[in-house]
Design a protein around this ligand. Structure first.
Ligand code: MN
Length: 252
């Protein structure tokens, strides 16, 4: 059993060490993570410069690139072994609803999934690392369940969000669908010392679609949320409509 562990908060993040500890005894573990915090980098790959990999004192590898770079490089040459499972996290902060499109945590797991390897992304709902040990226990439970009862759909990509609670390991787990968020808050303008205007991307909007069955609803009601993800962005329901639209006569 070989496990590849990555994250997007960087190789020094407490959540990464917690996830590695959670996997103790499960097999051979390789860790590769970004040199710096790369949250919100989605599935980006660095194509305009070479990447360098280093090894830290504790054996974790780190790369001056994105989360997707880390897993990509690990799977295509850095390590001469293919993992059976790719894990990402534990992230500082939720990755639910539309967040998943921006998330580097989900992207690192997704990179493994794209290579045909089962993958799981773990996130704590609130920032601050509170009750990280409890979140690690939840991660261990999910991983053990996957190993004991291998899912029939392979590969799979799971997105797990864990409430920051001391009793997180005792919470029920629910399989959910992604909710939706309102559009992001407005950009934040500031003046830099040269009198030029700077822009900070505003915070994510509040949950908009958060009813029963969604990830937002589950975590808000004291449950661990497990959302199976897929990659196909095609609007399959709309394809016939667009075919009709294309066949319509054009006006001169
Ligand atoms: Mn992050």
């Amino acid at each position: 059993m070989r496990i590849l562990i990555a994250n997007d908060d960087g190789y020094l993040a407490p959540g990464l060490a917690a996830l590695v500890r959670a996997c103790e005894g499960l097999g051979d573990i390789d860790v590769i993570a970004p040199e710096q915090n790369a949250s919100g980098t989605s599935n980006s790959l660095t194509l305009n410069r070479p990447l360098s990999a280093y090894t830290s004192a504790n054996g974790f590898h780190y790369l001056n690139g994105t989360p997707s770079d880390c897993v990509h490089v690990a799977l295509t040459g850095l390590f001469d072994r293919r993992p059976d499972l790719v894990l990402s996290g534990i992230n500082q902060g939720a990755n639910m609803g539309d967040d998943t499109l921006y998330s580097g945590t989900v992207a690192a797991a997704m990179e493994g999934f794209l290579f045909g390897i089962p993958a799981i992304a773990f996130s704590q709902v609130d920032k601050g690392w509170e009750h990280l040990d409890a979140a690690a226990k939840v991660a261990r439970q999910v991983i053990e369940q996957v190993l004991a009862y291998p899912p029939s759909r392979r590969p799979f990509l799971l997105n797990v969000n864990i409430p920051n609670r001391v009793d997180a390991a005792d919470l029920p787990m629910h399989v959910t669908r992604l909710g939706r968020r309102h559009a992001s808050e407005p950009v934040i303008r500031q003046q830099n010392p040269r009198g030029e205007t700077m822009y900070w991307i505003g915070p994510a909007g509040d949950a908009r679609v958060a009813g029963e069955g969604t990830d937002f609803h589950a975590t808000a009601n004291g449950r661990v949320s497990i959302t199976p993800l897929q990659i196909d962005l095609t609007d399959h329901v709309a394809v016939p409509d667009w075919q009709s639209w294309l066949a319509a006569p054009t006006t001169p």
